[in-house]
Design a protein around this ligand. Structure first.
Ligand code: F6P
Length: 326
């Protein structure tokens, strides 16, 4: 039995829209329960360098609608070393931080998992990543907003693709996961999605051509997940240009604009619920778990399971895409 008097909160890894809503929720829920909150800046780096400030309820006012993270974020190499983690633990002791809430993706939870075991620190994770590649939650914070950003962008590309009767390869993020690519392809009426989970790049491109994906179309849009497995939009476009010079091919890489912007309502609600659940879990003496939401219910997922790379895209959706693109 331990009593938590003070929690530290940080965001780490790639930022995601809705992280601020999660910071607000965690902070206010902790204060509501009489727990002091210390904001740690720049992810695990701030835990090593001691960039920490006490947060009061007004420190998280007016941020629910803001993209990015007010705590800043980083990918911290030092925290991957035992020496770095020891300094981080010393900082926690010095600051009187009893437990951590970490908001991020698989890299964040991998670090949290090791640190929690090494130093017996209670840590709860809140999934914040546009990639949606964490097992045990239907959605991660930021995924829905990023998807909407992609769809808005593809709608615009469609206008010009259609006018010029061109084939566009549009590359989206996902760090080797096809959730953004496949679902944004469905939502934007793209002709195809090329995702790392399925086949090789040759197979997928060849298949598209064989299926005559452009027969009845003025324009075509193929959404490509960034990944060496897919060859990326540029690689596929170059191949297409060589093998089928009859197509007028263009490439758009959406890049980091997918990570910015005001979070959509879905992500704000997700973040608000998960933030409350993170503090509830700590009060309930849970540790080394990620908060997830499955079928609208809060669940606790051990870090070891969440980061295992087991979350699968639904392959049926590729069939839907193919039928709807005739
Ligand atoms: O994990 C989130 C993510 O946006 C991935 O989709 C992408 O591969 C990566 O981060 C990009 O990282 P960085 O911002 O460091 O270039």
């Amino acid at each position: 039995m331990y009593r938590i008097n003070c929690i530290g909160i940080l965001t780490s890894g790639g930022d995601a829209p809705g992280m601020n809503a999660a910071i607000r929720s965690v902070t206010r829920t902790a204060i509501f329960n009489g727990i002091q909150v210390k904001a740690i800046y720049r992810g695990y780096k701030g835990l090593i360098t001691g960039e920490i400030k006490e947060f009061h309820t007004e420190d998280v006012s007016n941020i629910i609608q803001r993209g990015g993270t007010i705590l800043k974020t980083a990918r911290c190499k030092e925290f991957m070393t035992p020496e770095g983690r020891q300094v981080a633990f010393e900082t926690m002791q010095r600051e009187g931080i009893d437990a951590l809430v970490v908001i991020g993706g698989d890299g964040t939870f991998t670090g949290a998992h090791i640190f929690g075991q090494e130093y017996n620190v209670p840590i709860v994770g809140v999934p914040g990543t546009i990639d949606n590649d964490l097992w045990g939650t239907d959605s991660t914070i930021g995924y829905d907003t990023a998807m909407n950003t992609i769809v808005e962008a593809v709608d615009k590309i469609r206008d010009t693709a259609n006018s010029h009767e061109r084939l566009f390869f549009v590359e989206v993020m996902g760090r080797d996961a096809g959730f953004l690519a496949l679902n944004s392809a469905l939502a934007s009426g793209a002709e195809a999605a090329i995702i790392p989970e399925r086949l090789t790049k040759e197979d997928q491109l060849e298949e598209l051509i064989k299926n005559g994906f452009r027969k009845s179309k003025n324009s075509s849009i193929v959404i490509v997940a960034e990944s060496p497995n897919t060859g990326g939009a540029q690689g596929l476009a170059e191949r297409m240009h060589t093998e089928h010079p009859e197509y007028d091919v263009r490439v758009t890489i959406l890049g980091h604009l997918q990570r910015g912007g005001s979070p959509k309502a879905y992500d704000r609600i997700l973040a608000s619920r998960m933030g409350v659940a993170a503090i509830d879990a700590l009060l309930d003496e849970q540790r080394s778990i990620m908060i997830g939401i499955v079928n609208d219910e809060i669940v606790h997922v051990p870090f070891s399971k969440a980061i295992k790379d087991d979350k699968q895209v639904n392959p049926d959706k590729l069939g839907v895409l193919q039928i709807l693109s005739i």
